[in-house]
Design a protein around this ligand. Structure first.
Ligand code: ADP
Ligand code: ZN
Ligand code: ZN
Length: 803
């Protein structure tokens, strides 16, 4: 038998499966979708079996045999294998990358170098002999740690030892020692035979007699009996108990949350939407719904009921939520309804925890998975419904290879399982809404809030006016007054600062110099906590300079409106307020996000100040005021989606106020109050916004009128990158159709990152049948030739942003 194997070597110019002989010993058990260890050149690498056959086109004698079969059961189903092929073609990625993205990190290979000693007798160096201690294979890392690398090198030169690359399997399965305590009779007999001076042993035996016949983890046993491991070991050896390793799941910690009442009656709009979805499911139609519902209209309730319907028919459901909305509050709503049938997958989990959740799905122990983007690959085999909440979110597009969009994958999987997809949003992406208008998706609308609450009253504050009146603070007078009223009434305020591209930087007041990263063409961000400047692109860090590097002036200080600065202003304006700040800096620790939110929900603070991460999902009854400190920040990004993003963000943020009994109020501070994205977000007027924005997109030829594909080139050498970008662009112009527009090559908006210069070329097209093929050819030239010069070329089909 011959196996077709995709090997884990993604830098290789040739992206195709390789044939291997299947040794007789594993012929009976080998299956498509299992992982294997195979020789590849001088190395041993991990591979995935994607096919089995009798004959190879190649000469049998040239084929190498599979080294080892890693999985007895396939880890990838046929459906997912086919999906990965489609994914690789569609996103122009290596097949291996398309395969690996479907598996939890813990299952991907880790390589390590090992020292292999053939004949121990040949080793004469005393220190090295002691280190080897009779072992013939030892990780090179250990030799390195013992300072023996030079000795290793000498022996390698002499040909006495070799250094090999081995696959290290992470021991992903977590096991605990379980102790099975013997019966009472046995224990009492043993106790009698224990010597009187073994006090501790006697103590433990007495404890065990009280717990005769029980099974308990070693850890718990030691905690409860107060006995050390050595004593436990001694009595086990005497026969007082047996032990074994049992597999357990690492339960990600979930804070206890208040039960939210399950509404008894759906609103009319909800009922209509649900009926359409369940009807489509019952008819086994792969129909995509766009559920457009204003914030608080009860979209989640529709999801929950649709899932219930699907589970009742014995099927499974995938629910995707943007990473930052995947709060304990959010997941609790699913856990409350479906209890242990829910698995949660988010980036806060350790790789072991992720693996556990993945296995629960694979074994069919759960029926619903709630997770971020990659959960779209959940290894269910009986899917009845796929939901993307907040479908407009750009995080559904992966920025690294394979550059896939979860929406496309969802629809692809739904076609295989003949099941509906729900795309939900208060502010659908223009692409989706356009498709719904054309009837490609089915539009469902929730136009009223579920509990009939009013939308919050929104006031747009013109900050230019404030400045003219001499107010230089980050807080306009109306917003400051509103905060003060909340403090007096004991109600809560959320202050939102859109930090992206607008964090604090250090500026010389005399000559205007901004301190930039030496590796990237971007200003450094000021971090008050340790008085340092950091680059958010490459990680470069330095002290805050005391003098301007240009003019040596001492009037150099930080400028801008980062969250730290805002916090300081709050402290000055409202000294009595208790503030919780949530941004990348305060939430870096595992669990910090949940902790801060819990503190806020328990009323331990009056003001929650934060970045994007607080724009979503917050649903606390006591929030009656939302303030947006600077709404313009996303408006000025060099991106065709700037207005759309601003509208979405403003709508989301406003939706945080007055979701319950207390009425809400929203203040949006801006320097461009007349912009339609801000003006129309006030009353969540999606439709007019859509019309205006579509007109702009049509005028400039952007999606959804045109598709775009971005080809990016980076190199350490400016001349070289310009040269290759030119060559690449010329190639595209020569091979693509006449009506396809090719813009470039141009320097990217951020023209240098991590000492690499960046150029790009943008392809705009309505229909381009030759696109994939042409790009594949270009990639082939790059992988076989250009790459050797140090060039990195990436292709992003329908990118989330174009800078
Ligand atoms: P969305 O996801 O559209 O923002 P949610 O599903 O979070 O809205 O619903 C907003 C609030 O309304 C929640 O507190 C939810 O429990 C409540 N809710 C949803 N549907 C109903 C209903 N039919 N009757 C009463 N309350 C409802
Ligand atoms: Zn200066
Ligand atoms: Zn940098």
């Amino acid at each position: 038998m011959i196996a077709e194997v995709i090997v884990d070597v993604s830098a290789y110019p040739i992206d195709r499966p390789f044939d291997y002989l299947v040794p007789a010993s594993i012929t009976a058990v080998i299956e498509v979708g299992s992982r294997v260890k195979v020789p590849f050149g001088p190395r041993k690498v991990l591979g995935y079996i994607i096919g089995l056959k009798e004959e190879s086109e190649l000469d049998r004698s040239k084929l190498k045999p599979i080294d080892e079969l890693i999985d007895l059961e396939p880890v990838i189903s046929t459906e997912l294998l086919n999906l990965s092929k489609w994914l690789a073609t569609h996103t122009l990625a290596y097949e291996i990358d398309a395969l690996q993205v479907m598996l939890p990190a813990a299952m991907r290979a880790k390589y390590e170098k090992v020292i292999v000693v053939d004949e121990l007798e040949q080793i004469e160096d005393e220190a090295f002999k002691r280190f080897l201690a009779g072992r013939k294979r030892i990780p090179l890392k250990e030799a390195e740690a013992s300072g023996l690398l030079t000795t290793v090198k000498d022996y390698v030169k002499q040909g006495i030892i070799t250094v090999d690359t081995a696959i290290r399997q992470q021991t992903a399965v977590k096991k605990v020692r379980m102790i099975q305590i013997a019966d009472k009779e046995t224990l009492e007999t043993l106790l009698a035979s224990i010597q009187q001076n073994a006090k501790k042993q006697m103590e433990l035996m007495n404890w065990m007699i009280e717990h005769a016949g029980e099974t308990i983890s070693a850890k718990q046993l030691m905690e409860q009996s107060g006995i050390q491991a050595a004593i436990l070991k001694a009595v086990i050896e005497k026969g007082a108990a047996t032990e074994e390793l049992a597999e357990v799941y690492r339960e990600p910690e979930l804070p206890q949350l208040k039960d939210t009442a399950i509404p008894v009656r759906l609103t009319e709009e909800q009922a209509v939407a649900l009926a359409r979805i369940t009807d489509s499911f019952d008819k086994r139609k792969p129909e995509t719904f766009l559920l457009h519902g204003i914030t608080g209209s009860g979209k989640t309730e529709v999801y929950l009921r649709a899932i219930k319907h699907v589970l009742d028919q014995g099927k499974e459901a995938i629910v995707l939520v943007p990473e930052i909305s995947l709060t304990p509050q959010m997941t609790a709503r699913f856990k409350e309804r479906f209890g242990p049938l829910v698995a949660v997958m988010h980036s806060g989990l350790s790789s072991g925890e992720k693996f556990d959740e993945w296995r629960k799905i694979q074994r069919g122990e759960v029926k619903v998975v709630v997770g971020a983007r990659s959960a779209i690959f959940a290894p269910f085999e009986n899917i009845g419904l796929i939901i993307l909440d907040e479908e407009h979110e750009s995080t559904y597009k992966q920025e690294d290879t394979p550059r896939y969009h979860a929406r496309d994958v969802a629809i692809k999987r739904s076609e295989y399982y003949n099941c509906p997809v729900i795309l939900g949003s208060a502010t659908p992406s223009l692409e989706s809404y356009a498709r719904a208008s054309k009837g490609v998706y089915s539009l469902l609308t929730l136009s009223k809030r579920a509990k009939d609450q009013e939308l919050p009253a929104v006031t747009v504050v013109d900050m230019r006016e404030e400045l003219r009146n001499g107010n230089r603070s980050m807080f306009s007078l109306p917003l400051a007054d509103a905060v003060r009223i909340r403090l007096e009434k004991g109600e809560q305020t959320v202050l939102f600062l859109n930090k992206r591209g607008f964090s604090s930087f250090v500026l010389c007041r005399d000559c205007g110099t901004v301190v930039e990263c030496p590796n990237c063409d971007i200003s450094l961000t000021y971090h008050r906590a340790n008085e340092r400047l950091k680059c958010h692109y490459c990680g470069h860090e330095e002290r805050v300079p005391l003098q301007c590097p240009q003019c040596e002036s001492e009037h150099i200080r930080f400028f801008g409106t980062g969250t730290q600065k805002a916090q300081e202003e709050i402290a000055k304006l409202f000294p009595e307020a208790r503030v919780i700040r949530m941004d990348v800096d305060t939430t870096r620790q595992k669990g910090a996000h949940e902790r801060l939110l819990r503190q806020f929900s328990e009323g331990q603070a009056d003001i929650l100040l934060g970045t994007q991460m607080i724009a979503k999902g917050l649903d606390f009854p006591n929030i009656t005021l939302v303030g947006v400190l600077a709404a313009d920040t996303t408006l000025h990004l060099a991106d065709f989606r700037a207005a759309e993003k601003t509208f979405q963000l403003m709508t989301q943020v406003s939706g945080r106020a007055g979701r319950h009994d207390l009425a809400g109020e929203v203040f949006i501070q801006t320097y461009t109050p007349e912009h339609y994205a801000i003006e129309l977000s006030k009353a969540q007027h999606y439709e007019p916004f859509y019309q205006l924005e579509m007109a702009a997109r049509r005028q400039y030829g952007y999606p959804p009128y045109f598709y775009v594909t971005l080809v990016q080139f980076t190199h350490e050498d400016l001349l070289k990158v310009a040269d290759y970008a030119e060559k690449g662009t010329r190639f595209l112009k020569e091979h693509l159709s006449q009506h396809t527009v090719i813009i470039g090559p141009t320097a990217s908006a951020i023209s240098r990152v991590n000492n690499r210069y960046r150029y790009q070329c943008l392809i705009k097209y309505k229909k381009e049948p030759k696109l994939t093929e042409t790009l594949q050819q270009l990639i082939k030239i790059y992988r076989t030739d250009w790459i050797k010069s140090g060039l990195i070329m990436t292709v992003d089909v329908e990118p989330a942003s174009i800078f």
